[in-house]
Design a protein around this ligand. Structure first.
Ligand SMILES: [Fe+2]
Length: 355
């Protein structure tokens, strides 16, 4: 096949695709804040981070300051607070414009800016957590790890990384020791409202150099060494790898800038020795010197560089159909179909076409 010239490169492909413009347009970023992040349920923190009465945590959702407070019997959330700290303890009850707030799915604190949500959290998540519900709801969980990263990339590229698995070949250590036939047979399963989960397989940790079996500390009701992932629209990921649980939450800061908060969880009842082992398991995969997370961050920073504002529109193909197995792009197609509904816009149309 002869090399393609510029106009041939720009031609619409004959398979499912989206435009790279949706990762780089400031106008689309603003629409996403108004039409997605202001409307949906956001898992803003975990109940274990605010266990005592008066404990609070703050965040920003779609540019609005949001505070969640442990207010006696329940957690309440309010908008437009003036508090500068991320966390702390209030000495008297908070007064303000209250938001809908629920504690659900392993103790996550969910908040929505939507003054009239037409779904509760259970309805919104639409069964995407069912596969891990018995594991994360049987015992109280506790956050043992928190870090955040501000990355020059679009938040959707982070969610893509948690949804497509063909970048797994980028992960050096996974590539050399982690894959087996069961890994490639994992299925992507779509749920209503744009969510997807990735079915489990048994990880042979003993084949990882320097690793040990994790069966003994597997979460409750979970067969040993399983690995489930829940990708929640529009940018939240829940990752259960046998003995440790991780959540990622995005806060878009611009078309090419995202804050990602990472939390690691164990069980509240852990002995000090068990907790130490869980932390070690968590960090060996997802810590700064682990075998996975930092490589993902480098990957999306590279994508952010090539798709930043002012770069030329390109077509991002989502055409792989492989019986919903691990490299099938069904999850990506499902996500962007939902995104298109929220924004009332075809994700395949370039910014110029839509204007
Ligand atoms: Fe990855």
């Amino acid at each position: 096949m002869p090399p393609r010239n510029h106009s041939q490169w720009l031609k619409k492909p004959k398979v499912e695709h989206i435009s790279s413009d949706i990762y780089s347009s400031f106008e689309i970023y603003r629409q996403e804040q108004d039409m997605i992040f202001s409307k949906v349920w956001i898992p803003m923190c975990h109940i274990s981070e605010m266990r005592d009465i008066g404990n609070f945590r703050t965040t920003k959702i779609a540019g609005v300051n949001v505070i969640a407070v442990n207010d006696y019997e329940r957690v309440r959330a309010f908008r437009d607070h003036p508090i500068e700290q991320v966390a702390g303890t209030l000495s008297c009850p908070y007064e303000g414009e209250e938001l809908y707030c629920e504690v659900k799915h392993g103790g996550m604190v969910w908040v929505t800016l939507n003054p009239n949500p037409d779904m509760n959290v259970e309805q919104w998540t639409a069964g995407a957590f069912d596969c891990i519900a018995d594991a994360i709801d049987a015992e109280e969980m506790e956050v043992f790890h928190y870090h955040k990263a501000v990355i020059d990339t679009n938040y959707k590229l982070w969610h893509d990384t948690n949804s497509e698995f063909y970048h797994d070949f980028m992960h050096y250590f996974n590539r050399v020791s982690g894959f087996n036939d069961e890994y490639f047979a994992r299925k992507n399963i779509p749920f209503d409202n744009g969510h997807v989960n990735v079915s489990s397989f048994t990880v042979n940790y003993e084949e990882y150099d320097g690793f040990e079996d994790r069966g003994e500390l597997s979460f409750p009701n979970l067969p040993p060494n399983q690995w489930y992932m829940v990708d929640l629209f529009p940018g939240f990921n829940f990752n259960l790898r046998g003995s440790a649980y991780r959540s990622d939450a995005v806060t878009p800061l611009g078309p090419n800038k995202v804050l990602i908060e990472f939390r690691g969880y164990g069980l509240r009842k852990d002995t000090p020795q068990e907790r130490q082992t869980r932390i070690k398991h968590h960090n060996s995969i997802w810590g700064p010197f682990g075998r996975n997370l930092h490589e993902d961050l480098i990957g999306v920073a590279g994508q952010g560089t090539t798709m930043r504002e002012g770069t030329e529109s390109r077509n991002i193909l989502h055409g792989r159909h492989e019986n919903s197995t691990i490299h099938d792009e069904v999850g990506m197609r499902h996500y962007y179909a939902e995104w298109g509904k929220f924004l009332e816009r075809d994700p395949a149309s370039t910014y110029r076409e839509a204007a």
